[in-house]
Design a protein around this ligand. Structure first.
Ligand code: UDP
Ligand code: MG
Length: 235
């Protein structure tokens, strides 16, 4: 990742078998980004998809020069995919969002405006979250525990509609932990963090890529990355 950014904004989208969602996502993303008076790129990171996502993205890349594709050799997980996107990004601000339209692209301008106030990181919190109660309750606990671990209190650590200043992204890349939970790592590094309400929609098409086991794994990684307590308990 070069030190001197050549664009205003990079938008990074991790993609794992999202062929049904990509055309609508790109249509809405383009509409939103074209209205901003900013230079930008849209980086899609294919995280080992086995459906038609890669072909679709390759076709889009040929048609629209602002679209870039980073293709991972296999499935590494959402956060590792975003890290790969970070390493190829050229924007002064870097925005992440999910591919399934649960994070409406129309909310991106809110993040950009908030960031212009001088924040290092701007996170969205899902005011009316369109997920099952079985996802919402654990998230509430994770947000409280993570707030303590990284010493930055947020209502929502799970929302991936977020914006980061380039300096923070560079710092995250240097920390080398591509398995780390990005919102927590960013807040651990950042000097100033804002959290703003954003809309949340039900998944447009397809199913969540997280089984209960994968969710547990992700959250366990999060806990062990920022605290010695688990290993102390084992000791
Ligand atoms: N994703 C990914 N790699 C994975 C799992 C998910 O790149 O191993 C992407 C996925 O395609 C989507 C985002 O991460 O863009 C969030 O995944 P999902 O919507 O399944 O998570 P949920 O909303 O259920 O938390
Ligand atoms: Mg989702």
């Amino acid at each position: 990742m070069p030190d001197n950014p050549s664009l205003d904004i990079s938008v990074i989208v991790p993609v794992f078998n999202e062929e049904e969602n990509l055309p609508e996502l790109l249509r809405r993303l383009n509409l939103v980004m074209e209205k901003q008076d900013k230079t930008y790129e849209l980086i899609f990171v294919d995280d080992g998809s086995s459906d038609g996502s890669v072909k679709l993205l390759k076709d889009l890349m040929l048609k629209i020069p602002r679209v870039k594709l980073v293709k991972l050799s296999r499935n590494f997980g959402q956060h590792a995919a975003i890290f790969a996107g970070f390493s190829q990004s050229q924007g002064e601000a870097v925005i992440t969002l999910d591919a399934d339209l649960q994070n409406p692209p129309e909310e991106i301008p809110k993040l950009i405006h908030k960031m212009a106030e001088g924040y290092d990181v701007v996170g969205g919190y899902r005011e009316y979250r369109q997920d099952s109660i079985l996802r919402k309750i654990p998230s509430w606990f994770v947000a409280r525990i993570t707030s303590r671990l990284v010493k930055v209190k947020l209502k929502d650590y799970g929302c991936m509609l977020r914006a980061y200043k380039r300096a923070i992204v560079l710092e995250m890349l240097e920390s080398g932990g591509s398995q780390t939970y990005i919102p927590a790592l960013a807040n651990y590094i950042a000097g100033s963090v804002a959290e703003i309400p954003v809309k949340h929609e039900a998944r447009h098409k397809g199913e969540s890529k997280y089984s209960l086991l994968r969710l547990l794994h992700l959250n366990f990684d999060l806990m062990t990355s920022f605290s010695l307590l688990p290993i102390q308990l084992v000791g």
